[in-house]
Design a protein around this ligand. Structure first.
Ligand code: PLP
Length: 446
């Protein structure tokens, strides 16, 4: 069994800083066995709840909500200024250089597709990436080159370096933190390797940015992509931050209003970035929300955040690894830094059943599946699905203990309720809120 980094943190309580307060922190959910329990949200890596500070900023902004870059009214002026202020705040949060561009997009997937449309040469990436940092490059055909991740971080870095040395590439694209194992590759080393071989580097920061501070200028990272909904700002915006020149030279990501300098019936002169890639009405609420999240997180003490999360991660790993038949997944051997994501399997029970059981009988929300990382799950679990618990600002020792006790009970006695062939509780007496009419069962990103 490989070992990951274990912190010596001793604090396991919830973060009490007012800026860490989350909307819905005391949400109660029904159990199949009757009654309700406080929801233990251990699915933060998929989509994080809104920070209260974000919801407050959105509420403050909404009375002014109006068109951006288009209107003469006072509300339009406020909306335009709010949008551009948000761009600046987001750039400051990630240490963007003065001449970098902050492109407001929908999410990380959008950001990396935009970058793929602009990259002027070959792209090197690992074979174990999230689909968002894999499929956009696959779409480039033989300009994309996948490097097989090796058994240690050092060997993986050496393999990346060998590939870049063998044939030059324009871009090295890597995931900042794995959404499956939480493991983090050393960014500074990757930057050095990429630059030594004349490549730029793009980081898929979807999982990294909510947990670790990233400073583009200090680290030398050329591009960073991340999503508002994973950074406690679930209002539909994400960003691509980085070097301007490739994006200025690229064809507009979407053709339409707002992205142009002038248009005749048969010819268009496109605007430079960021407008060039932001055709259509911008998501100003999403941008304002994302900027508010960046400001709130920047004001939180970084070391407290890390200790909080590392302590909880160690607690969870320790509890799960002590159980017979429970296996946690890791990619690299040895001490590897990681964010608060732990993926595991339970012998004799499908991942689907384990996840449904935790929700139905313990009020614990986790994710099961292959986490939009099919090649990685093929490597770590023969392509079978697994269960992921992920921690964040609002996570508590009680959440972790509830999950661990639930799994211990499952291992010892099996579930108390009955489940159908797909692992769903049957019957399922839990009511949905009155205004929700469809069950919404589905596997959009299995
Ligand atoms: N990259 C990683 C590592 C992720 O975990 C995710 C989402 O889970 C993405 C990219 C895609 O993020 P989004 O769905 O916000 O585009």
């Amino acid at each position: 069994m490989p070992t990951t980094h274990r912190s010596t943190a001793t604090t396991h309580t919830a973060l009490t800083h007012p800026l860490a307060a989350l909307v819905g922190a005391d949400q109660h959910v029904p159990l199949v066995t009757g009654g309700t329990v406080r929801y233990a949200n251990l699915d933060i890596a998929a989509s994080a709840p809104a920070l209260q500070a974000v919801a407050d900023r959105v509420a403050e902004f909404l009375p002014y909500y109006s068109s951006v870059h288009r209107g003469a009214g006072y509300a339009s002026a406020v909306s335009t200024a709010a949008y551009e202020t948000a761009r600046r705040s987001i750039g400051a949060f990630v240490g963007a250089r003065a001449d970098d561009v902050v492109q407001v997009v929908r999410h990380t997937t959008d950001a990396l597709n935009l970058l793929a449309s602009a990259v002027p040469g070959d792209v090197v990436h690992l074979d174990v990436e999230h689909h968002a940092n894999l499929l956009p490059w696959q779409g480039l055909g033989d300009r994309a080159r996948a490097v097989t991740a090796r058994e240690t971080v050092a060997l993986t870095l050496a393999a990346v370096e060998a590939e870049l040395a063998r044939t030059p590439a324009a871009l090295l694209a890597v995931t900042g933190a794995s959404n499956v194992t939480g493991e983090i590759l050393p960014l500074a080393d990757l930057v050095e390797i990429a630059h030594r071989h004349g490549a730029r580097i793009a980081i898929d920061g979807a999982q990294l940015v909510p947990h670790h501070r990233v400073h583009l200028e200090r680290l030398g990272v050329d591009y960073l992509a991340f999503s508002g909904h994973k950074l406690y700002a679930p209002y539909g915006a994400g960003v691509l931050v980085g070097r301007r020149d490739w994006l200025d030279a690229a064809p507009p990501y979407l053709a339409g209003g707002g992205a142009v300098r002038s248009v005749t019936v048969d010819h268009t002169t496109w605007a430079p970035v960021p407008a060039r890639h932001e055709a259509g009405t911008p998501n100003v609420v999403g941008a304002v929300a994302l900027a508010a999240a960046c400001e709130a997180i920047a004001a939180l003490p970084d070391s407290e955040l890390r200790l909080h999360e590392e302590g909880l991660r160690d607690r969870l790993l320790g509890a799960l690894e002590a159980l017979d038949g429970v296996r946690t997944l890791q990619l690299w051997r040895g001490e590897v830094e990681a964010i608060g994501v732990v993926t595991f399997t339970v012998d004799g029970h499908s991942a689907e059943l384990v996840a449904q059981y935790l929700s139905a009988e313990h009020g614990v929300g986790v994710r099961d599946g292959r986490f939009c990382a099919h090649p990685l799950l093929a490597r770590l679990n023969d392509g079978r699905t697994a269960v992921r618990a992920s921690l964040g600002l609002g996570s508590t020792a009680d959440d972790v203990d509830r999950l661990a006790c639930g799994i211990a009970e499952l291992v010892a006695h099996g579930p108390a309720w009955t489940y159908d062939g797909e692992g769903r509780p049957s019957p399922d007496p839990r009511p949905l809120p009155a205004w929700v009419t469809e069950t919404g069962a589905g596997t959009a990103c299995a």
